[in-house]
Structure formats: structure tokens, C-alpha cells
Write a protein that binds this ligand. Structure first.
Ligand code: 3PG
Ligand code: MG
Length: 391
């Protein structure tokens, strides 16, 4: 897919509105993972080198149309100022006279960050008047928010009706890296984990005809195991999905796609790490216990599959890796992905965090900043925000 890139835009001395995705995890009022901020720096440096005035637009969390104090972008502005080595002016809102006056009073090389655009309900409903108000703040629009590219919102879609619009460097890099998966070298293998089966099921259904094999771990695995009659003890199971999972399995057989489930799992009474922890058969978890990681035999078997693949995508950790006793599965699978010579892509903030924690980042071909956006791309879904950026 050819995009109109910011590299070809006339931005010299212009006021450039940049949609970024600074939806970063915060802890104690600070940005806990600045990966999405760092990923936007090439575009920002380019604009600043061309003496543009930069106005950043982002969402944070899902405030659903009103001001939520904990979702203000001030901590993001502070973090970005450190990364850029220059001041970032955090504005109190994202539209209105005070905002436009502040921007007008700025000069080339100034960086403004508008307040959380989702404080206005008109953002997510893509209301055209709101999109126009945002557009009025600048001369040129650059979309570098790959992680929000699957959202048809005012700041990702509507705004592009009113301004010359370009893809930022991150957007271009993401699309180029993920496009390689449209003509994958085979075998093509997907590794799917994460806590909730429900958030991955649509993606799994769409991946079945595209890939050759799927390895399932994390919380997702227990609903799958349950669907095929396993005793999963007190593991988290989404009972409403069992029928659909059996249907996915039927389609997989027809498509000659093998779905691998864990054979053994690490179990605990709960997530506390000081209680008893055991490894057991994934199909015979005792009552009162829950599965919290894939077990060592599964790591070994999954590793064999990973090392045989030529293309790998991985989304969702294999267990509760934040806790040391439940981290071996995610670490082991990460090591296998990093060791393999395959074209490897990681999607999703949490899996990226795991890769960083286990020191794998340099050995993965590409780590996407997108979670839902990356999955949407892998599934072959239309990405509404890309349409406006096509060359
Ligand atoms: C993400 O974190 O996946 C993106 O920022 C999109 O957020 P959303 O799922 O709330 O739209
Ligand atoms: Mg999300």
C-alpha cells in the first residue's frame, strides 16, 4: 500500500497538526513505558528541522467524552519534553479560542500538546464540526498514530477532509513492516496469548485461513481447552465462546491450519507468588487452582514449531509474566522467536513490554506500537484512517 508520506510534504514554517498515539501506561503520574513516544520522534525531528510549529493531538485511555483527571496528558508532555530536549507546551483543551490563541502566539520550532482529545465525545463519534475545529488549528495534517489507525474518529479520519494529509514516518514504517505479512514465507505461524479469549477470538477466526499453524497460550488457552472438554479447574474461562471455538477448530481442519494448545501448565491458587505453585497436565487442573502460565513441555513443543517457521507473528503473553513464577512461558517463547531466523513481528503493548523485559528487542524483526491496530491489519481489516493517506 502506497502512502503519501510526510517526507514529501511542504511543511517549511507551517503549523503542522500531528495525530500521535501517546496512549501510554502511567504509574504514579508518570509515563511507565515511553515506547510510543520514542516511536514518534523521527517525524517530530523532521518537522522541527523544517522550522514547523508542531501541534500534537492524542488520546489517552477511554474517558468517554468527559474530563477524567487521571487521563490528562501532562505526564506525557513532561516525558516528551525530556525525549525531545525542548519544552512541550501542554494546552488545557484541544479546541476553542484559548487553544488557538496559544498556538497562534507560538513560533517555528514550538511544540504544543493538545489535551486528551477523547475528553470530547465528538472525537469518537467523528463529528464533522469537531473535526473542522481541530483542522482550523493548523495548515497541514500528519497522521503518525498507527496504534489508532483502526479507529474512525475525528482526529484520525474526519480531520483529513479539511487539510492536506500525510502519513508520518512511524505510520509508514508500521505499514511497510506489516505488509510483508501479506505475502509471507511459509510456514507462517501465529502465537496468540493474552488474558482474554474474547478480545482475540475474531482475530483467531480471521487468521485461520491466512496462517499454517497457531500456538495458543495465556488466558486464551483455557477457554480453548475447556471447549474440548478439559478440566481447567478455576482457570478463567469465557463460557459464552465455547461453541464458536469448536467452529473455529472445524474451519481450521478444513483449511489445514493446525491449532496447538498447551499440554502442561503452571498453576497457582491465585496470582500471589508466595503460595504453592505446581506444574500439571493442562487438561486436568484440580479444582481450586488456576492456570497462570504454559508449562516447560509446552515451551519445548512450541519452540520446535517456532524454529520450523519462516514467518512469525506474536500477540499476547503466554502467562502472567509480570510475576516471576509465571514468567518462564513468555520468556521461553520469546527466546524461541528471537532465536529463529524467521521474519518475526510482535504486536501489542504487553507483548512488546515482555520482549523488553526479557532483552529480546534487538533480535525481533519488528515490534509494532499497535495492539488492536496490529491485529486489525493482520486480519486483513480495512483501516479507516489509512484511506485518507493513500498516495
Ligand atoms: C491502543 O492502545 O490500542 C490504542 O491507543 C487504541 O486505543 P483504543 O483501543 O482505546 O481505541
Ligand atoms: Mg487497545
Amino acid at each position: 500500500m502506497e502512502l503519501r508520506g510526510v517526507g514529501c510534504a511542504d511543511v517549511e514554517g507551517k503549523t503542522v497538526l500531528v495525530r500521535v498515539d501517546y496512549n501510554a501506561p502511567l504509574t504514579g503520574g508518570r509515563v511507565a513505558d515511553d515506547a510510543r513516544l520514542r516511536a514518534s520522534l523521527p517525524t517530530l525531528h523532521h518537522l522541527l528541522e523544517h522550522r514547523a510549529k508542531v501541534v500534537l493531538i492524542s488520546h489517552l485511555g477511554r474517558p468517554e467524552g468527559h474530563v477524567v483527571e487521571e487521563l490528562r496528558l501532562a505526564p506525557v508532555a513532561a516525558c516528551l519534553a525530556d525525549l525531545l530536549g525542548r519544552p512541550v507546551r501542554q494546552l488545557e483543551d484541544c479546541v476553542g479560542p484559548a487553544v488557538s490563541d496559544a498556538i497562534v502566539s507560538g513560533g517555528p520550532g514550538d511544540v504544543f500538546l493538545l489535551e486528551n482529545v477523547r475528553f470530547h465525545r465528538e472525537e469518537t463519534t467523528n463529528e464533522s464540526g469537531f473535526a473542522r475545529e481541530l483542522a482550523r488549528l493548523g495548515d497541514v495534517y500528519v497522521n503518525d498514530a498507527f496504534a489508532a489507525v483502526h479507529r474512525a474518529h475525528a482526529s484520525t479520519v474526519g480531520i483529513a477532509d479539511h487539510l492536506p494529509s500525510y502519513a508520518g514516518f512511524l505510520m509508514e514504517r508500521e505499514i511497510a513492516a506489516l505488509s510483508r505479512l501479506e505475502k509471507p514465507d511459509r510456514p507462517y505461524l501465529a502465537i496468540v496469548g493474552g488474558k482474554k479469549a474474547r478480545s482475540k477470538l475474531g482475530a483467531l477466526r480471521d487468521l485461520v485461513p491466512r496462517v499454517d499453524e497457531i500456538l495458543i497460550g495465556g488466558g486464551v488457552a483455557f477457554t480453548f481447552l475447556r471447549a474440548f472438554g478439559a478440566d481447567v479447574g478455576d482457570s478463567i474461562v469465557d463460557e459464552g465462546l465455547l461453541e464458536e471455538i469448536r467452529e473455529i477448530q472445524t474451519v481450521a481442519e478444513r483449511e489445514d491450519t493446525t491449532i496447538h494448545l498447551p499440554e502442561d501448565v503452571v498453576i497457582g491458587v491465585d496470582l500471589s507468588t508466595d503460595g504453592e505453585i505446581r506444574t500439571c497436565d493442562a487438561r486436568a487442573i484440580p479444582a481450586g487452582w488456576q492456570g497462570l502460565d504454559i508449562g516447560p513441555e509446552t515451551v519445548e513443543r512450541f519452540t520446535d514449531r517456532i524454529l520450523a517457521a519462516k514467518t512469525l507473528v506474536w500477540t499476547g503473553p503466554m502467562g502472567a509474566f509480570e510475576a516471576e513464577p509465571f514468567s518462564a512461558g513468555t520468556k521461553g517463547i520469546g527466546e524461541a522467536v528471537a532465536t529463529s531466523g524467521a521474519y518475526s513481528v510482535i504486536g501489542g503493548g504487553e507483548t512488546g513490554e515482555a520482549a523488553a523485559r526479557f532483552g529480546l528487542v534487538d533480535r525481533i524483526t519488528y515490534i509494532s506500537t499497535g495492539g488492536g491496530a496490529c491485529l486489525a491489519f493482520l486480519r486483513g481489516k480495512q483501516l479507516p484512517a489509512l484511506e485518507a493517506l493513500r498516495a
